[in-house]
Design a protein around this ligand. Structure first.
Ligand SMILES: *Cc1c(COP(=O)(O)O)cnc(C)c1O
Length: 467
């Protein structure tokens, strides 16, 4: 299996190469050159499988020669062995047609663990074969940073430098990062906003002099290996609800379009998905794009669902590529236009293609709070604000009533305790696997939001590129 860039100018890579590279050298994102498919019988045969065995079946066609089946099984067993629930991603019934797919039983209480726990192990496995030491640099507003740090802490041949805006992440989120004292983990509190931190990271990647001194890598959801591991839970949930004999719909709280794109991949592989419901908060670029073809960037409005406060959805480019005839050169031009003007129109082929599978809904703060109260009153469930945005969209969109609707529950409510308490009057407690988060020592550096301060801090500690 080879991976090609959405912008048509970078060379193809195998799974190992695409995993380590993250972004393609032409600025595009990697996608498999074709979609592997399963027959109805092959899906039906997955009904009794464990999560790990389902993961092996679903991921194996994508890894090509990069891993043997036994190696993949070994990595999945390690990654999902760290989850606190024996089903890994259990389904919970809310009423006669709505279900909740709980993706937050990993070590850092958000769905990003599903992908990052495996990605950390893949990095380690692939690096062991090469004379390369990876320097991961990232900026986080909360969930990605803690999940990435947990996934790579203590691993050989990897250092991680994670920037967060000082004083602007929650105490739980900060402590999940800063109490990890492994020697390869460097937390940096930036005296500025998340946008400042992100701009510093982008500049490090784009600075030819700095970038040439280290093997830099990224852990955000542009990495193909992250997406492929998320395809697994769509299959796992759907076959439990009767697929392939019955169609299932999914509602997905969406930010960077990574999670819902994994659902699209599952559909391309043959899983009978009735609808993918893209749920946004008031930062609604995806809702406008899917409804009106208008993909234009607004200014970010802070909400109670910070992981969805996004105005550019990186993985949307993958959908546009696949729906637009996979013409990388044309898409490269379209994306360049967007980067220059912060706006673009979808082509008719892209709009019509998307309309066949996707429906979107924009959920404001009131609808989110109402839905949190509904889940509590109707099903006795305390749910997190992001999952509530997904569930509100699931309630709003009209569908054939015989189709079960699965909302992806992307975070544990204790990760967003204040917002949950405001909406429901109940303050969720941290599960015991979070440990004595508030009793542990914290370690982090505080730096001014300048390129010089951050690059000299990283350069003093990172391992230089060889050769
Ligand atoms: C990251 C995140 C999302 C958004 O997922 P995307 O893949 O970026 O669309 C939603 N909810 C939570 C809790 C998250 O951490």
């Amino acid at each position: 299996m080879q991976y090609i860039s959405t912008r048509g100018r970078a060379g193809a890579l195998d799974f190992e190469g695409a995993t380590l590279a993250g972004l393609a050298s032409d600025g595009g994102l990697y996608l498999p050159e074709h979609w592997p498919t399963f027959t109805a019988d092959e899906f039906a045969a997955m009904r009794g499988l464990s999560y790990v065995e389902t993961a092996v079946r679903v991921i194996l066609p994508f890894v090509g020669e990069s891993l043997s089946e036994d190696e993949l099984r070994d990595l999945c067993t390690q990654a999902y062995g760290r989850f606190a629930h024996a089903a890994v991603t259990p389904l919970l019934q809310l009423d006669h047609r709505h279900w909740f797919l709980e993706l937050f039983h990993g070590p850092t209480l958000a769905f990003k663990d599903v992908a990052l726990q495996l990605l950390g192990l893949l990095f380690e496995k692939f690096l062991a074969r090469r004379d390369t030491h990876l320097t991961i640099v990232g900026a986080t507003s909360g969930d990605t940073g803690s999940a990435a740090i947990d996934a790579v802490a203590g691993r050989a041949k990897i250092d991680i430098f994670m920037l967060h805006p000082a004083g602007r992440v929650s105490d739980v989120q900060r402590r999940q990062m800063t109490t990890v004292l492994a020697p390869n983990v460097y937390n940096i509190a930036i005296e500025g906003s998340f946008d400042d931190a992100q701009a510093l990271v982008k500049r490090m990647f784009n600075d030819a002099d700095f970038a040439s001194r280290f093997d830099l890598s990224a852990v955000n959801s542009i990495n193909w290996a992250r997406l492929v591991s998320q395809v697994v839970y769509y299959v796992y949930a759907a076959v439990r609800l009767g697929a392939p004999d019955r169609k299932v719909a999914f509602a997905v709280p969406t930010g960077n379009f990574g999670d819902v794109f994994a659902g699209y991949v599952a559909a391309r592989m043959g899983l009978p998905i009735e609808r993918l419901i893209v749920a946004t908060n008031v930062n609604d670029i995806l809702h406008r794009a899917l409804r009106e073809g208008d993909y234009s960037q607004g200014t970010v409005i802070p909400t109670a669902t910070p992981s969805m406060d996004i105005q550019v959805s990186s993985n949307f480019e993958r959908l546009l590529f696949d729906l637009g005839g996979r013409d990388g050169i044309a898409l490269g031009e379209q994306m360049k236009g967007f980067e220059a003007t912060k706006a673009m129109r979808l082509t008719n082929a892209q709009r019509d293609g998307a309309a066949k599978l996707f429906t979107s809904a924009r959920i404001d703060g009131d609808a989110m709070s109402r839905t949190m109260r509904w889940a509590y009153d109707a099903a006795g469930q305390v749910i997190d604000p992001h999952s509530a945005v997904g569930l509100a969209a699931a309630h709003q969109v009209e569908l054939d009533p015989s189709v079960p609707v699965v909302t992806l529950a992307t975070a544990h409510p204790a990760k967003f305790r204040d917002a949950v308490e405001r909406a429901t009057g109940t303050r969720p407690t941290l599960p015991s696997r979070a440990g004595d988060l508030f009793g542990r020592e914290e370690r982090y550096a505080t730096l001014p939001a300048t390129f010089e301060a951050v690059t000299s801090y990283v350069a003093e500690r990172a391992v230089a590129r060889r050769g």
